[in-house]
Each structure stands twice: as C-alpha cells, then as structure tokens.
Design a protein around this ligand. Structure first.
Ligand SMILES: Nc1ncnc2c1ncn2[C@@H]1O[C@H](COP(=O)(O)OP(=O)(O)O)[C@@H](O)[C@H]1O
Ligand SMILES: [Mg+2]
Length: 320
C-alpha cells in the first residue's frame, strides 16, 4: 500500500546529490514540495509498504514525570515521519499530550475523548495533528470517566474492545496517567503491552516494584479474556525506557545497574538523556523534541525508535 514518509532536507539533498542550499533554492522556487516543521524542512516522499497488523502499546507507569507523555509525542512523530500511520490516545485528564500537540484541551468535547469509549463503546474520530499522525485528545472532564468506569461491567476492557475494530493505523500509543486507578487499568489493557519509562533516579526505580506487580495482575486478567495473545509471554511489559539520564549524578549509575537487571522481564531500551532546555522548548512551541533544533535529542529518539521497531514491534523498516 502507498504510504508517505518525511525525508529531512539534508538527507533528501544527499540522496539527490545536490547541496542543501540548492535544495532550499528549489523549495523557494516551488520546484519541490516541502513542509516546514519546527526548525526543519522535510520532503514528503511516497513509499510502498506492506499492510501490517496494527499494534497497540501503552506508555505506562504511575510515576509522574517519568516521560510517558514526552515519549508518546516524540515516538509518535518519529514513526509517523518514517511512514507508519500512528494514532496517539491521550488517556490522561491532565491532557498534556493533547496540549503539547497543539490542541487546546478546553476546545475538546467529551465525545472526542475516551469518555466516548467509556459511555458508548466506540472510539471517537481522531483529530489529525500531523502527517500520518492522529490523536484521540483528552480534557479535564475525562476524570469523570474514572468514576463511570468503576460502575461499568468489564469497563477495564472498553478501550481494548474499541481498538480491536480500528483500521487504518500501524501503531497506536496510549499515554497513561500517573495513577493505578480504573483509567490506567483500561489504558494498560488496551493492546499488546506496556512500554515503561523509568526515570533514571531513586524515585524512578522505586516505582518499578509496583509497576511490575500490577503488570503481572494485568497479564493474568488478559490471560482470561485473550489467552492467545499472552500465550508464551510471561510478562506484558514489552520494554523499559530509562529516561532523564544525567551522567553527572553518580547515584544514577547505581540506578542504571538496577535497570539492567530488568532485562529478565523485558528488553531495556537505549536511554534518554536529561535535557531540560529542549524539553521546555518543545512544550512551549508545541512541537516534538525532534523539531526543537537539538540534534542529539533527535538522534536519541531515532535510536529508540530503531530499537523498538526491532526488539518490540518486530517490523522491518518501511522500504523506500
Ligand atoms: N529527557 C528529558 N529531559 C528533561 N526533561 C524532560 C525529559 N523528558 C521529559 N521531560 C520533562 O519532564 C516533565 C515530565 O515529563 P512527561 O513526559 O510529562 O512525564 P509523564 O507523562 O510520565 O508524567 C515534563 O515537563 C517534560 O517536558
Ligand atoms: Mg503524562
């Protein structure tokens, strides 16, 4: 099937065997179609890729500030620009993901959020927030959903069931909230497993015990409703992602050793460094970290995406 990926201008110019300044001239003259995102130009390129089974992952940990929302945004953008059709689902009434993708949460109606799933068992029509990138937004009202879920028989499976009918996407990322309540359970059970960001510090490691504990319970619950999906997999955690790594803090190195031990449960992804400046800019400018102009931050996300594609999603790269 036809897909579109975004080729960074530098890469495109190299592929054409021309200089970047000539490529920029062509853009000015309208000779090539280009899109400007944040600080960068991209050339959309049509590619052929196979139809793939949809996969759904939940960014999950009850620890606040671990990087769930940042990862959902940045991985979403990364994979979408590589040609994957990505749906992001904001399951947090704080609606950070929604706001960071440029959608004002106060303009979001209840029927556009997961309240629709909770009340009517259908997924709302997502908003387009980028090329190949769509969003089921959240708003503060979603908090009411927590109470409604508690009263709904099999409410925990509502999102999973709604997503089963979804077509048109390769990857779905659900951004969970800093809680272990009903909304978080519904988010965790939404699909193929959990991607757990671990803040590289004492606090992050502390949260792990509870995350691993509840993940075991979730797996048991899933085994009852979808035995095939969990067969042969003792865990529903698919990857740990060490985040906010700061080499200057010696304690963090001890923490990293602890994180390494997690390999027994799920692969540990390459770590994400602590970069307060770019992250502040990303939220202010409502762009993913790749578009803030910080090259290292962008490379880090590219590496993380490579890792997840290979170790977790098991997709072959979309071929140009
Ligand atoms: N690698 C990082 N370096 C510095 N700040 C970060 C990093 N990742 C996220 N942040 C910032 O830390 C805060 C919490 O991140 P967030 O993604 O919202 O975590 P969560 O969704 O798990 O609560 C946000 O202000 C975000 O901009
Ligand atoms: Mg968040």
């Amino acid at each position: 099937m036809k897909r579109e990926r975004l080729v960074p201008l530098t890469e495109w110019a190299r592929m054409q065997g021309i200089s970047e300044s000539l490529a920029r001239k062509w853009i000015r003259e309208g000779r090539v179609e280009a899109v400007r995102l944040g600080h960068y130009w991209y050339i959309p390129e049509e590619i052929d890729g196979p139809e793939r089974g949809r996969q759904v992952y939940t960014l999950f940990t009850h620890a606040g500030g671990a990087g769930k929302t940042s990862l959902a945004r940045d991985l979403g953008f990364e994979l979408a620009s590589r040609g994957y059709r990505v749906l992001l689902v904001d399951a947090d009434p704080q609606a950070n993901l929604t706001a960071w993708l440029g959608v004002d949460p106060s303009t979001v109606e209840d029927g556009e959020t997961l309240l629709r799933v909770i009340r009517q068992d259908v997924l709302p029509r997502p908003r387009e927030v980028g090329r190949n990138l769509h969003l089921v937004p959240a708003s503060v009202d979603l908090a009411v959903g927590e109470l409604e879920l508690d009263r709904k028989p099999l409410g925990a499976l509502a999102l999973r069931t709604a997503l089963e009918k979804l077509t048109g996407y390769d990857l779905v990322f659900v951004d969970s909230l800093p809680s272990l309540g009903s909304l978080a359970v519904m988010a965790a059970l939404a699909g193929d497993g959990l991607i757990v960001p671990v803040e590289t510090g004492a606090k992050g490691v502390q949260a792990l015990k509870a995350v691993i504990g509840v993940a075991k319970e979730y797996r048991e619950a899933l085994r009852k409703v979808d035995p095939e999906r969990v067969a042969g997999r003792p865990h529903i955690i698919r990857a740990f992602v060490p985040t906010k790594y700061d080499a200057r803090t010696a304690g963090d190195n001890r923490v990293l050793d602890t994180i390494k031990e997690l390999e027994e449960i799920a692969p540990v992804a390459p770590r994400i460094a602590y970069r307060p400046g770019p992250h502040r800019r990303a939220t202010e400018e409502q762009v993913p970290i790749q578009l803030t102009g910080d090259k290292e931050a962008a490379e880090e996300i590219a590496k993380l995406a490579d890792f997840l594609l290979k170790e977790v999603f098991r997709y072959e790269e979309v071929v140009a």
